[in-house]
Design a protein around this ligand. Structure first.
Ligand SMILES: [Zn+2]
Length: 506
């Protein structure tokens, strides 16, 4: 049976404007999804939108529209952005959809029937922008510890989830599954949070109505985080497509930003424990992007509009930069200087020039068709073997930067091979015809392997290179676990010269 791989992004809040952080998580999920597909996995990649909550209700009211109208507008912005960024998600779940609401309600009822959800009274500090409650001693100078904004005291009847009951089971689970929360530094933060003692979690609100009603008590709506987290089940077919759900659940990895790790590594697993649903395998929290050294914010005026970035630099260039600049998991800084540096050196020089000059040579010496296979070059093949092993390990660890560094070693190896074999000199000597054929074939065949490796990171570029190499089968249908080996480039495939893949930027 084919192995499955289920990867998610958070569902994005429709009160937000799409920004580089959303792009970062979604591109990361897309790359691992594409990589696993290329490795023969049956992949399910889910993204979507979180559409309920007090903040959405307020914003819609201010704009004189219904919350769902606001949601529809913003959802379209996210969906258009994902088309632009070549995101290959298999489904897009909206929390306002019937298939989601029925799951959120059913799970709430199940936990309630079990006695894990009970009615009580709530009084605490609430940060509306974050939709999060805080206790007095979690506050930072009386402000929200996450976003630094003001909080307000809320007092209301509320249902509570007996999260405290699962504290020890959760600690045990984290201990037995060292990869459950990544990276490690974040895991340690969560461990100390849990060890401080878990309180029961308020899981309903009566102060606003834009949400999923609590079953049998419609004066309450389900807390947005409980609502949102259950998307990972409803989006995978829970209660609507049991075969699909059985195939993909538990999720292999939830990719998130570090600001929502507590919700994903504490609320979510304890809720699943209560429901008797197996836990996801891993949650990975990546870092934040600053812009030119400063925190990105609308008030600072340094907001980076993702669409504008793609117009300035190109989609694949942005995807590459985000993954190459820092190890996934650490905070990173976006600067135009660093971006231009990466494009000119890694993409235009190393990869782009190599590809173009190889095609120029093949066209000049062999009339634009792939010459006959000669003898494999051991150094190139050994490098490809090694790179494949390293990329595969790196992708399992979501170490995108490591994977790219390895791939660039193969690019470097081909550049070196050209320098050492000097095809332009061989071409001048008629007695060296066989040698020239072998060298050009090996260069082109290694370019084929490089194309496969970079395809998950830069899908448009990968497709262009693939087409230029004259290979008829779609690149998506390749099995990377075999085809990184020498010799699959068909002899006599027709090459096409193409414009530079990555124009230099001054
Ligand atoms: Zn806040």
């Amino acid at each position: 049976m084919t192995e499955t791989f289920y990867v998610t992004t958070p569902i994005y809040y429709v009160n937000d404007v799409p920004h580089i952080g959303h792009v970062y998580t979604t591109v990361a999920a897309d790359i691992v999804a594409r990589y696993k597909r290329l490795m023969g996995y049956d992949v399910f990649f889910l993204t979507g939108t979180d559409e309920h909550g007090r903040k959405v209700e307020k914003t819609a009211e201010q704009a004189g529209e219904k919350p769902l109208e606001l949601a529809n507008r913003v959802v379209k912005r996210f969906q258009d952005l994902w088309v632009k960024f070549s995101i290959s998600h298999d489904d897009f779940i909206r929390t306002t959809e019937g298939r989601h609401k029925k799951v959120a309600q059913a799970l709430f009822s199940r936990a309630k029937d079990k006695g894990d959800i009970y009615l009580g009274r709530y009084e605490d500090w609430y940060c509306t922008p974050c939709e999060t409650f805080w206790t007095q001693n979690q506050l930072n100078d009386d402000m929200c510890p996450d976003c630094g904004r003001g909080v307000e005291k809320l007092k209301e009847d509320s249902y509570f989830f007996r999260m405290s009951h699962y504290q020890d089971t959760l600690l045990q689970h984290i201990k037995e599954n060292p990869d459950f929360i990544q990276p490690k530094v974040r895991k340690n933060e969560m461990l100390s949070f849990i060890k401080d003692g878990l309180r029961d979690l308020s899981v309903s609100r009566t102060s606003f109505s834009w949400g999923i009603p609590v079953p049998d008590d419609p004066g309450h709506v389900i807390y947005v985080w409980i609502d949102a987290l259950t998307n990972y089940l409803s989006g995978a077919g829970y209660l609507s497509d049991p075969d699909k759900f059985a195939r993909y659940w538990p999720a292999d990895v939830h990719l998130i930003g570090k600001d929502i790790l507590r919700h994903h590594s504490i609320y979510w697993p304890t809720f699943l424990m209560s429901l008797g649903i197996p836990l996801f395998k891993k949650v990975f929290a990546h870092g934040w992007w600053t812009i030119e050294g400063k925190k990105m914010s609308k008030s600072l005026g340094n907001f980076v509009e993702p669409l504008q970035l793609t117009e300035e630099y190109g989609v694949d260039q942005v995807r590459y930069f985000l993954m190459r600049e820092v190890p996934f998991g650490l905070d990173a800084d976006f600067s135009r200087k660093a971006m231009v540096g990466r494009i000119n050196s890694d993409l235009a020089n190393d990869l782009g020039n190599l590809f173009n000059r190889s095609l120029v040579m093949a066209t000049k010496y062999f009339g634009g068709t792939v010459p006959a296979r000669g003898k494999v070059n051991d150094t190139l093949q050994r490098t490809a073997d090694d790179v494949f092993q390293r990329v595969d390990l790196a992708m399992d660890d979501l170490a995108y930067q490591k994977a790219l560094i390895a791939i660039w070693e193969l690019i470097g190896a081909v550049n070196k091979y050209i320098d050492e074999t000097a095809p332009f000199t061989l071409a001048k000597d008629e007695s060296k015809g066989d040698e020239l054929r072998t060298v050009i074939y090996n260069i082109l065949d290694t370019l084929r392997v490089i194309t496969l490796f970079i395809f998950p990171f830069m899908p448009d570029t990968g497709r262009k290179m693939w087409a230029a190499l004259g290979i008829k089968e779609p690149i998506e249908s390749q099995d990377l676990s075999r085809s990184y080996q020498w010799g699959s480039l068909p002899e006599e495939a027709e090459l096409t010269k193409i414009p530079p893949l990555f124009p230099r930027i001054d």
